[in-house]
Design a protein around this ligand. Structure first.
Ligand code: TTJ
Length: 653
């Protein structure tokens, strides 16, 4: 202990104090901008922005791992929602940065847009380029502490709301190596919440571990001392493991047993491409693309190159080996991607992100590079593995035939509806207004509930469509089945948008589409069916927040002919606790038990009702959820129900 104390010395910065003071003013101005307009730097000050802080810091540690100097990253949520990130790399340099005249580590945390690239090293390709940097996190933290261990000494500095609170201190000798950052998000900025969601961090860090093969990321939730949670992610297989994981998680059988994997780098190592792909028995395509470890949700040149080359290689092969006859049409892009899960990960020096959300890759050289990789390698792979090629082509050719059948079905429906002059379904009780800004349609299961809804609605803006007919499990169906389905077609006609490739949101006849079903197993089934259907074939409806779930009450509590309604067991108990004397409790088993007036009052009147808006935080996650919901396995369905609250957010409309 005493030995340690002798070694503690303050870093001498008095010499540069005056210069430093001048720099400081500049620095403060820089970070003030972040605090003034946090949204510009982290997107939002809601939960998303809050979690972004963690990603931003972790990105720096991943950079160090990509540079080859670190193989373990620890991320912990500590009590009080303090985040700790540690990497066992070289440690952020503590020497005086020539340009700024202050320690490099201080520059990293106090100068806007300073990356982690100081002095030698220089990464070939680096992630984190999208990052807005550690200084932004610092600016938006009530406090942030950094500890650097360079194998000889430990250093420490603390900041408060971006300001230097303690100058860089040399704490004492150490044999440890690495960088540790602790920070507490500032509740003056994150007014909505400062609480981290373990699952959100888990999903993101797992993804990063898949994208960076061999990096060990450990996530711990230490907020509840009695219930410590820990997850470890380390995938030697990288994105191959990612594809395997997706199929395992969704419990879909695969067509080619081994994930197909190709990789290449260009000559000067300024760009690298990796692709992992595997076909499965479903009809869904899942293409995930990343540039510098950033999920490019809007695709871009890497996806374009992949799709173009895949379609070409598959057609060339099909022609060469007689899978297609001369008279057959070419396979379409959709055909060759049906049931395909593919991950494309590119890393490049100067990634250009385009579009409104900056989630689309723009570098044109990447299109060529990905195209070439697939052209070179996939053709060879298929020729060398004829068994696998056969399994894949059986599937692809079936997809092509089904698409042709769907086209015919669609045309026949069109012809019919042209004859019937696009008649609305007979059972639809339409509303008077034609303005989607105010109209809503209730899709109601069951004829008696439909009757009550028709009687109780405000016909000016509320339309009612009772559902009847046979259930179709859309998860297991292609679009051609939908055209012939007597339960779903009235929904399609009533909404007016068309579906699939032809979906047109501007034709939507009602601004709110409200699913109203019983709070029992059958009701839950119809809700799931409709949600899956909307997700699969009318995705923008979900994305743009047009889908709602009505919330009918579970109980009616009566005292002296006065009624109160409870929408949960909890609410029932609260109401009962506040009433003295004799009460009568009715448990509603179905919507049909309510008369028109009750249904209006409890569930349909915008003044008094509560509805859930279906949110699609993340299409990919939602897709997974829907797949699991409609699968046959019981376990993942239970898991979904436990997490359900995440996707459906409470909303008073
Ligand atoms: C830069 O080049 C010289 C050796 O150190 C390199 C560096 O900056 N490494 C580094 C930074 N490792 N870890 C970080 C880092 C880790 C965390 C958790 C947070 C931040 C901002 C940086």
């Amino acid at each position: 202990m005493s030995e340690m104390n002798e070694n503690i010395e303050m870093i001498e910065i008095s010499k540069v104090e005056s210069e430093y003071g001048a720099d400081e003013i500049q620095v403060l101005e820089g970070l003030e901008a972040v605090r003034k307009r946090p949204g510009m730097y982290i997107g939002s000050t809601g939960p998303r922005g809050l979690h972004h802080l963690v990603y931003e810091i972790v990105d720096n540690a991943i950079d160090e791992a990509l540079a080859g100097f670190c193989d373990k990253i620890d991320v912990s949520i500590l009590p009080g929602n303090i985040i700790r990130v540690f990497d066992n790399g070289r440690g952020i340099p503590v020497g005086i940065n020539q340009k700024m005249g202050i320690p490099a580590v201080t520059v990293v945390f106090t100068v806007l847009h300073a990356g982690g690239k100081f002095g030698g090293g220089g990464y070939k390709v680096s992630g984190g380029l999208h990052g807005v940097g550690a200084s932004v996190v610092n600016a938006l933290s009530e406090w942030l502490e950094v500890r650097v261990y360079d194998g000889e000494f430990e250093y420490f500095q603390r900041y408060e709301r971006g300001d230097i609170a303690t100058d860089l201190q040399k704490i004492g000798p150490t044999t440890k190596k690495g960088t540790e950052v602790l920070f507490k998000a500032d509740t003056q900025i994150f007014k909505e919440t400062d609480e981290y969601d373990f699952n959100t961090l888990k999903v993101r860090l797992r993804e990063q571990a898949f994208l960076n093969a061999g990096i060990h990321i450990e996530l711990r939730d230490e907020r509840d001392a009695e219930n410590l949670i820990q997850k470890n992610f380390l995938y030697e297989g990288g994105i191959r493991s990612f594809v395997e994981y997706i199929h395992q998680k969704r419990q879909i059988s695969v067509v080619n047993p081994e994930v197909i994997y190709f990789a290449s780098a260009n000559e000067d190592d300024s760009a690298a491409v990796e692709i992992a792909m595997q076909y499965n028995e479903s009809y869904n395509e899942l293409l995930l693309s990343f540039a510098n470890n950033i999920h490019t949700t809007d695709g871009g040149t890497h996806e374009e190159g992949f799709k173009r080359a895949l379609t070409r290689v598959m057609n060339d092969y099909a022609r060469k080996f007689g899978k297609l006859k001369d008279s057959d049409k070419n396979l379409s892009g959709e055909d060759v991607r049906e049931g395909l899960t593919a991950i494309i990960s590119v890393k490049l020096k100067e990634a250009q992100f385009e579009g409104q959300t900056k989630a689309k890759l723009g570098n044109t050289e990447i299109r060529t590079m990905v195209d070439k990789l697939i052209s070179d390698k996939l053709a060879v792979y298929l020729e060398e593995n004829p068994q696998i090629a056969k399994a894949i082509f059986d599937k692809t050719l079936a997809a092509a035939r089904a698409r042709e059948a769907a086209r015919k079905a669609r045309e026949s429906v069109r012809r019919k509806s042209a004859l019937e002059s696009a008649q609305l379904p007979g059972k639809l009780a339409d509303c008077q207004s034609r303005d989607p800004a105010e109209t809503e349609i209730y899709i109601v299961e069951g004829d008696s509930a439909g009757g009550s809804a028709k009687g109780g609605r405000d016909r000016k803006f509320q339309a009612i469509l009772p559902l009847w007919g046979k259930m179709l499990n859309v998860e297991k169906s292609r679009i051609d089945k939908v055209y012939g389905n007597d339960k779903l077609m009235p929904v399609v006609t009533a909404l007016g948008t068309g579906l699939g490739d032809e979906f047109d949101l501007t034709k939507l006849r009602y601004g709110r589409v409200i699913i109203m079903a019983d709070a029992d197993v059958d009701g839950s089934h119809i809700r799931t069916l409709l949600l899956t259907f909307f997700f699969r074939f009318m995705k923008p409806l979900v994305e743009e927040g047009h889908i709602y779930i009505a919330q009918p009450p579970l109980y009616r509590i009566t005292k002296n002919k006065e009624h109160k309604y409870a929408y949960s067991d909890e609410e029932r108990d609260i109401i009962l606790g506040g009433i003295e004397g004799k009460t009568e409790i009715q448990r509603y088993k179905g919507l049909g038990e309510m008369d028109s007036e009750q249904l209006w009052e409890t569930t349909m009147n915008p003044e008094s009702r509560t509805m859930l808006r279906v949110e699609m935080e993340d299409a990919e996650e939602a897709d997974r959820v829907f797949t699991i919901l409609m699968g046959d396995k019981v376990e993942p369905r239970r898991e979904f129900i436990e997490q359900n609250a995440k996707y459906v957010q409470n909303l008073d409309v």
